[in-house]
Design a protein around this ligand. Structure first.
Ligand code: NDP
Length: 399
């Protein structure tokens, strides 16, 4: 089995997915990389020894997508453009009869929502067409959902408290830069916080709760802040017995200080403002000023630690576990010319694609990744660059 795959989006994540698919020729026989700017596709293709075809496409435009998919005839489209393009790419996959995978849920341009209902509404159409759509196959969402499914399957009888922890211990040397698309990143961290407790989502001020977390393996001690993250919405639906589910991310003091000032002066706004006869969206202008996340690769040092901390019961007794991956920015750069944030997203995208193409996860309908059997994905994380460690009843706890 060796299939044609069409990757859409030639940013930081698109580069990693293309590199990683190229490393598995027995599954990804032909690779086509398309994006809004074809030059970026060519630059990525130029880093890879195997031939990678490139194309230009505006993924907001369904007829253009349909024409491209019709020409390339892929078995699967991997969508690593921006969340704004999810629905148009899903529409094009339905029109052409091709399976679909992404790493982030759909968002309308004018509201930072992070909700799955737009994509879940495609369930019947994908099911009836016999097509698979796999949502959220990055790291978080993605590997963190699979980690949770793995813990629920193998380690716990019931998970009661779930805390997803995303620490980036990397340093790029800039006072302020974002590790992935600045617009998406800033929309995420400035949105109201929501966490799940006692059967409902509770909304609190953005970043209003923090605690200190010491990562295993000497990655370091960081302040982690509670914020809303999209995988919470699907996990509380699909993992039974959860009493509370929260998401935590580390931020340095310099990042937070800059973000506060930028927010105070209106630079993180998503509403267009009139400037010298032109409409400008402040956050898009800010994105143009900030370092391109793809350029951070060579200068980022340190490691990430992303994992799932769970508390619950096993065989009638209390059980705690922390399941995590540690990833080294410089090692990622040496392998695929990208820092660890794009790497930890792009590798699970390739692994999710591999599960669909190999038939392990081909199932008509629209699925969040925790609805699939975690075992083949977990095995592939160890095989393709994101090895994980399970600490059962670790000697630390969370607040
Ligand atoms: P980038 O901004 O680096 O790359 C996005 C790419 O998509 C760019 O090449 C851009 O083209 C292209 N693009 C944007 N709009 C269009 C369009 N209309 N038509 C065609 N191509 C388009 O983002 P990242 O690589 O950092 O992120 C990619 C995706 O991964 C995002 O959806 C992000 O939310 C998600 N992500 C998921 C994570 C997870 O763990 N689940 C973590 C990090 C990211 P151009 O170069 O011309 O601008």
């Amino acid at each position: 089995m060796s299939a044609t795959v069409l990757i859409i989006g030639a940013g930081g994540v698109g580069g990693v997915v293309t590199h990683k698919c190229a490393q598995v020729p027995e599954v990804f026989g032909r690779i086509v990389l398309a994006s809004r700017t074809e030059g970026k596709c060519r630059a990525i293709a130029g880093q890879i020894e195997r031939p990678v075809e490139t194309a230009q496409v505006d993924a907001d435009n369904v007829p253009e997508l349909v024409a491209l998919i019709g020409k390339v005839k892929p078995a699967l489209v991997i969508n690593v453009a921006l969340p704004y393009q999810d629905l148009t790419i899903m529409d094009a996959c339905l029109a052409t009869g091709v399976d679909y995978l992404d790493t982030a849920n759909y968002e309308p341009l004018d509201t930072a929502k992070f909700e799955y209902h737009w994509q879940w509404a495609y369930q019947d159409r994908f099911h009836d067409a016999g097509l698979t759509a796999l949502l959220g196959s990055g790291f978080d969402p993605g590997a963190t959902n699979v980690f949770t499914a793995y813990l629920a399957k193998h380690v716990f009888d019931e998970i009661h408290y779930l805390d997803i922890i995303d620490v980036n211990g990397g340093d790029h040397g800039y006072p302020f830069a974002t590790n992935f698309n600045p617009e998406i990143n800033i929309r995420e961290v400035t949105a109201s916080c929501r966490h799940w407790e006692d059967g409902k989502f509770i909304t609190t001020e953005p970043m209003s709760l923090k605690q200190s977390f010491t990562c295993p393996e000497g990655v370091g001690t960081y302040n982690i802040y509670r914020l809303y993250h999209e995988e919470l919405e699907s996990l509380v639906k699909h993992i039974p017995h959860l009493r509370r589910a929260q998401f935590w991310m580390s931020f340095g003091d310099s990042y937070l200080k800059h973000l506060e000032v930028l927010g105070n002066v209106g630079m993180t706004g998503i509403e267009p403002v009139e400037f010298q006869g032109q409409k400008i969206v402040p956050i898009q202008f800010l994105k143009a000023l900030l370092p391109d996340p793809a350029s951070l690769g060579p200068r980022t040092k340190g490691r990430t630690c992303i994992g799932v901390h769970a508390r619950g019961i096993r065989d009638g007794g209390k059980k705690t576990a922390f399941l995590y991956n540690i990833c080294d920015h410089q090692a990622c750069y040496a392998e695929v010319q990208s820092q660890a944030i794009s790497y930890t997203t792009g590798v699970p995208a390739m692994i999710g694609a591999k599960q669909i193409l190999s038939g392990n996860w081909r199932k008509p309908g629209v699925w969040n990744i925790e609805q699939m059997d975690p075992d083949p994905f977990m095995a592939d994380m160890n095989a393709y660059g994101l090895p994980w460690t399970l600490l059962e009843d670790p000697d630390f706890d969370l607040a």
